[in-house]
Write a new protein. Structure first.
Length: 293
């Protein structure tokens, strides 16, 4: 039975963190050839390639991602051992890396993460960006899950699963006005200003389709590609705002905003995209199970 050489593992960890063999060799004061030999010996011991070359860069394979997670745990455990013996304290921590689309509701993200918030044994890393950027990071094993409001189709060569977590209604919300007459949708939007998601949003596409079928040209006060900013503009009360109520949950609860109209033709879906792995992240599996229940 082969045993693990921890020197090899330390060299691997440095290369994985640097993403470059030359830089890692310089940092560790060893030759590039010697470092490359150490990595090959570790791969031989594990029986799996840990890196793939893409455009002259080293990218972790799935096995490499798993090995790095274990390496971080092993060397963190070594630090904890020193801390325990020297100071009598220790902590066991896990890492969870989550990517979310920049247009995604912050309230939804908070609700999804609520079961693990405050856990002392968990290091939580949150990243936002475009769906393309996040899926690239997921494919490179740099993220454990991607949260999105767009479905990600799985093709023949795809290495991920897309789980539907929730489906939320979409409404026009605004400030409470005294003695206002009953709002008529979509007719009244011909004369009332409205704040909308940007043209890149599927909500906007569906909204434009509904109004086009009704022959209504809306008075657009603002187009926003960030739900957090759209929420702030809604709070100002200068125009009606198209959002899923979950985005402005607190404002609706406090009475700062009210639902003027729920639009049954439109809904917002939330998805979790996870990589196909031999050993799935158990925390991600728990969050998906709770999020979709």
């Amino acid at each position: 039975m082969k045993t693990l050489n921890y020197h090899h593992l330390r060299y691997f960890r440095e290369v994985a963190l640097e993403g470059n063999l030359t830089k890692a060799a310089h940092r560790m004061h060893v030759s590039q050839s010697a470092l490359s030999t150490q990595i090959r010996q570790l791969e031989d011991s594990l029986g799996e390639p840990l890196f793939s070359r893409e455009h002259k860069s080293l990218v972790l394979t799935e096995a490499g991602r798993v090995a790095l997670d274990y390496a971080e745990t092993i060397f963190r455990a070594g630090s904890e051992l020193m801390q325990t013996l020297q100071h009598g304290s220790t902590s066991r921590r896990q890492m969870l890396r989550i990517g979310s689309m920049s247009t995604l509701s912050r309230n939804f993200q908070k609700d999804f993460l609520r079961p693990v918030l405050g856990r002392e044994d968990l290091d939580l890393v949150l990243r936002s960006g475009s769906l393309r950027e996040l899926m690239e990071d997921l494919s490179a094993h740099q993220l454990d899950v991607v949260l999105t409001n767009l479905p990600v189709k799985r093709e023949g060569s795809s290495t991920w699963h897309c789980h539907l977590l929730a489906e939320q209604p979409v409404s026009l919300v605004g400030s409470k006005q005294r003695n206002r007459r009953k709002f008529r949708f979509p007719e009244d939007l011909a004369s009332m200003p409205v704040q909308l998601p940007s043209l890149e949003s599927h909500l906007r596409v569906e909204f434009d389709r509904v109004l086009d079928l009704a022959g209504i040209r809306p008075l657009i006060a603002a187009e926003v590609d960030d739900m957090a900013m759209l929420r702030l503009l809604a709070r100002e009360g200068h125009a009606l705002t198209l959002v899923p109520p979950v985005v402005v949950h607190d404002e609706l609860k406090q009475g700062l905003l009210i639902e003027w109209c729920r639009i049954p033709e439109i809904s917002e879906k939330f998805y979790a995209v996870v990589p196909v792995r031999k050993k799935p992240n158990p925390i991600v599996q728990l969050l998906i199970k709770l999020g979709s229940s």
